[in-house]
Design a protein around this ligand. Structure first.
Ligand SMILES: Nc1ncnc2c1ncn2[C@@H]1O[C@H](COP(=O)(O)OP(=O)(O)OP(=O)(O)O)[C@@H](O)[C@H]1O
Length: 240
């Protein structure tokens, strides 16, 4: 269980988060949707222990978050340009298991690009390499900051599908920031809708139990419409 308890996070006098309590079960996949500037990235930085300047605590299975294996995927691939794809993953790998790196790169279709440099790959391929890097240490927690944006639809869909294969294999606890309700409905088991100043949870929506990536798009639309019908202001950013 990921247990987040933030009594206060400020930037100077600007209160971003106050009295936020959030529990995420082991291997649960939650999405977070909220208006721009409500503090989603700030929250991920706290969970990942990048930001220690707050009052509160984050535990995973009662262990301090510092001792937990965490993977991150960002909006861009953040590969190191002067290292090959293989070297980029090797750098992060704790076990230095070359076979696992090779197999994982092959699994996402990068067999021919193992020794290429990031700039020799398309944007979608770079994200697939970033996906392998995020999973290479079999993380307990995986934090995703809109990793599927700015890609054309088929490329994003292929990446989502590769992502779900890895998720089902390694079963990390996932916290996924997205602005795309359909994406949240199609991938996650729970969706938190946030409002800002300070951050608050407006709706904690339990999605269907099964991993829904195989849902027909019609069904995804139906769930999305149901959420919007019951909570018409949920995406407006002007709730409450
Ligand atoms: N290092 C910082 N110093 C001062 N203010 C900051 C800093 N980082 C973020 N902020 C402010 O804190 C608030 C929350 O920022 P954050 O990036 O966490 O929001 P967000 O919900 O991720 O936004 P977006 O959806 O646009 O990415 C914003 O008002 C932002 O301007």
């Amino acid at each position: 269980m990921l247990d987040i308890n933030i009594s206060s996070k400020k930037y100077h006098d600007n209160k971003i988060i106050e009295n936020l309590k959030l529990e995420v079960k082991k291997s649960e996949f939650i999405s977070i949707i909220g208006p721009s500037g409500c503090g989603k990235t700030t929250l991920l930085n706290i969970i990942s222990n990048i930001d220690k300047d707050y009052l509160g605590s984050v535990f995973f299975n009662k262990e301090n978050i510092e001792d937990i294996n965490i993977g991150i995927m960002f909006q861009d691939s953040r590969l190191i340009p002067w290292l090959t794809i293989f070297e980029n993953i090797m750098l992060i790998s704790k076990t230095k298991d070359e076979e696992l790196i090779l197999q994982s790169l092959i699994e996402v279709g990068l067999k021919e690009y193992i020794n290429s440099y990031p700039k020799e790959l398309s944007g979608g391929m770079q994200r697939r390499a970033a996906l392998v890097r995020a999973f290479i240490n079999k993380p307990d927690i995986l934090l995703l900051d809109e990793p599927f944006i700015s890609l054309d639809y088929p490329t994003a869909q292929a990446l989502r599908s590769d992502f779900m294969k890895f998720y089902k294999k390694y079963k990390p606890t996932v916290v996924f920031i997205t602005h795309d309700l359909k994406e949240a409905v199609s991938l996650s088991q729970r969706i938190l809708f946030l409002d800002s100043k300070p951050m608050k949870i407006v709706l904690d929506y339990k999605n269907i139990d099964d991993y829904s990536s195989n849902l027909e798009s019609l069904e995804i639309e139906k769930i999305k419409d149901k959420i919007l019908k019951n909570h018409p202001n949920i995406l407006s950013g002007s709730i409450i």
